[in-house]
Each structure stands twice: as C-alpha cells, then as structure tokens.
Design a protein around this ligand. Sequence first.
Ligand SMILES: Cc1cc2nc3c(=O)[nH]c(=O)nc-3n(C[C@H](O)[C@H](O)[C@H](O)COP(=O)(O)OP(=O)(O)OC[C@H]3O[C@@H](n4cnc5c(N)ncnc54)[C@H](O)[C@@H]3O)c2cc1C
Length: 392
Amino acid sequence: MLQVVVIGAGQAGLSAGYHLRRRGLKPGRDFIILDSNDGPGGAWRHRWPALTFDAAHGIHDLPGMPLGEPDSATPASEIVTEYYGNYERRFDLPVHRPVIVEQVSSDSGPDGPLTLRTDSGIWQTRLIINATGTWTRPYWPHYPGRNLFRGRQLHTHDFRSAEEFRGQNVVVVGGGTSAVQFLLQLNAAGANTIWSTRRPPEFRNLAGDSNWGRDIERRVAERTAAGLPPLSVVAATGLPLTPDYRQGIAAGILVSRGKISDIEAAGVRFADGTLVRADSILWATGFRAALDHLAPLRLREPGGGIITDGVEVGRDHRVLMVGYGASASTIGATRAGRAAALKATKAIEQLSSAGPRAPAADSPDQEPPTWRRRSHPAAQSVPESADQRRIS
Ligand SMILES: Cc1cc2nc3c(=O)[nH]c(=O)nc-3n(C[C@H](O)[C@H](O)[C@H](O)COP(=O)(O)OP(=O)(O)OC[C@H]3O[C@@H](n4cnc5c(N)ncnc54)[C@H](O)[C@@H]3O)c2cc1C
C-alpha cells in the first residue's frame, strides 16, 4: 500500500511531491501523484494565450528550482507548462497521467486506508494530499432567462482570444481581475463592452501596502476555519489599482452598469430596467474548489465549506488540503505543499512507529529513479497499457 497519494500536479501538488521526496519518501513506492491533465502545467496549461507572463499576477517559484526570468510577452500557459514539465523530470516526481480520481472513500473505517477509484484503476493509500485546484469547476451563476439568450455564452474557462469578438457587443459579468483584463482586451480588439458586477467594484491602491498578501490569507483562512466556502481573492481584497486600470476607468471601460436582473433572447436586462443588446455574454464569474471526488468522505460542513486548520481537515486526519482557501495562489500553494508533506511524513512515522526517516540528500535529483523501473504494488490492478499511458 502507498503511504501518500497526491491528487493533482499543479503548483500545490508538485510542491508537496518535492517535499515528500526530500523527507525521504520513495517516489513510486511510498507516494505517487495522480493528475487528470494530458501533460504538465496544472490549470496554467489551459489559460488563454493572451494571458502573457507579465499579465499574470506573479508566478512563484517551486521549491528547489527557480522559474528564472522568462520572456514577459510569452503566454504564461507555455512558460508554466514547460517549467512544471522540467520540474517533474528534474526531481523525478512520480506523476501518473491522465488519471481522473473519481472517488476517494474510506472502506475500512476512520483509521483504515483510503481507496481511490480512478478512470485507470484503484489505489489504496494511508493518506491523501488533495491538490486539485479549481479550474475544472467553472462557476456559472443562475439568472432567469439564461437559456433564452440567442447569442454566445462562454466562461473564463473557455476564453481563447479577444479577436473573436471584434465588432460585437459583449457583456462581461464578474468583479474579478479576469473580468477587468477581458474588458480591456476586448475593447482593444474592437469590441463594445458592458460590465456587470453585483457590487460596485472596489479598486484599491496597493502601492506600499506590504500587508496585502497577508491580509488576503488571513481573511480567507478565517472563513475556511469556520467551515465556510473560501472567498475569492477579490472578494477578500478588492482590485489592485494599476495604471492600466486607472486608464480603463477614465475611459469608461471599467465602469460597472451594476447587477443583471434577467437575460432575454436579445440581451441582458439590468436591475435599473434597461435592456442592453448583446452578441455575447462572457461569464468571468470564477471557479469553485474541485472536490467532488471527496464527497464519500463527508468532509463538508452545513455551511458548504470544509473546516481546515492550515492544511489539516477537521473531519478526517487522513486528508490534507493544499491550494484550498488561503493557499489558492502560487505562493500559498507552494507553502502549503511543504506544510502538507511535513504533516504527512510525521503522521506516517507515528503510524508505522518506525522512528524518524532520514532526510533525503540535499540534491534529491541525484537519487536513482525508482518508479519508472518498478511497478508499485498498488498499481497491479491497473492494465499495463493504462499504466504506460500515465507516464508522461
Ligand atoms: C484566471 C486565473 C488566473 C490566475 N492567475 C494567478 C497568478 O497570476 N498568480 C497566482 O499566484 N495565482 C493565480 N491564480 C490562482 C491559481 O490558480 C493558483 O495560483 C495556482 O496555480 C493553483 O495551483 P493548484 O496546484 O492549487 O491548482 P491547479 O493548477 O488547478 O492544479 C490542479 C491539478 O489537479 C488536477 N485535477 C483536478 N481534479 C482532479 C481529479 N479529480 N483527479 C486527478 N487530477 C485532478 C488538474 O488537472 C490540475 O492539473 C489564477 C487563477 C485563475 C483562475
């Protein structure tokens, strides 16, 4: 049986994998990483080409291998996909893909092993580190008449290029930075945009505010500690008032028309009664934590969230959560990966009463690769062809 399965190979999962290895767990024998993507990159793999490296908010280094200084005009999706791929190879992380974890259950009681049912077989493990992010769960809010609209509707998840909207009337819904960036790009590409937000947008001058990052984490952590669903970063902090955003406000582009009341065949009706004709509606309405596979473990509180204390889950000590709530940023995910690996190795030491493991050598990449050569016992139920598919 495996000691730890990390679910997800984004920033959070890779950081966890690196630290598990550093703390002496053997890749492939003691731990594996399962990822549903076809290749490396986590959510970044799917982000639209116009989201260049300099347009992203900042991508934190993974531990042990700096990202360097990539060309700022290159799409972040390309840069991060290449970086994560190199990282997986450099540290010989045992990423198996594409594997979708469909269900995690506790078939042998609250202290027994966890069973992972996937589209490629079944694994058993003592612990999981859940690092599944949010990208696979785009959030579409409900508005009356949404199905009546005759134009195109798409979510941030499916946005590719502003050029597709040249000459169109586009309603952009959502109060986050994605919405703001779409509005500026769409206008630059020759679309006519209308912005809808539920609350007046709150632009904040963050220059010199050194507590900004800590403020976000504290506010989001307070909610998850109380078992409420995590707040988005924007809901916790407001929008940063950058020079581009200032210009957008002055030009009337970043000025919200307010709340939508309902949607009609020809367009969108706002709460003030006006009907705005639209060719497209772009729902920049965020994402939810991708946790459906954990449903059998009944981790959720009546408020809809999962009580967490750091990376630990109140209702099940075998589950560690990274990239959730306060750690849903590249810096937070990196730190959470380390914290989870530390908790996991301590728990394993206690469970096996085998005393502390010796930490791995300083350069974990010098260790011989084990997982490629040997099939771990838990993978034996998986057909060979599927097992081979997982090796990226
Ligand atoms: C549009 C957008 C822009 C952002 N920009 C920034 C930014 O500039 N800077 C920043 O710090 N943060 C940014 N974020 C937040 C960002 O998502 C996180 O910072 C970070 O990259 C998330 O890492 P992660 O490892 O938690 O999740 P992900 O990168 O989403 O990785 C999760 C992995 O889990 C896999 N997975 C999901 N479900 C399953 C399953 N059931 N079975 C197996 N595998 C599964 C997925 O395929 C994926 O590979 C942005 C978010 C969005 C939506």
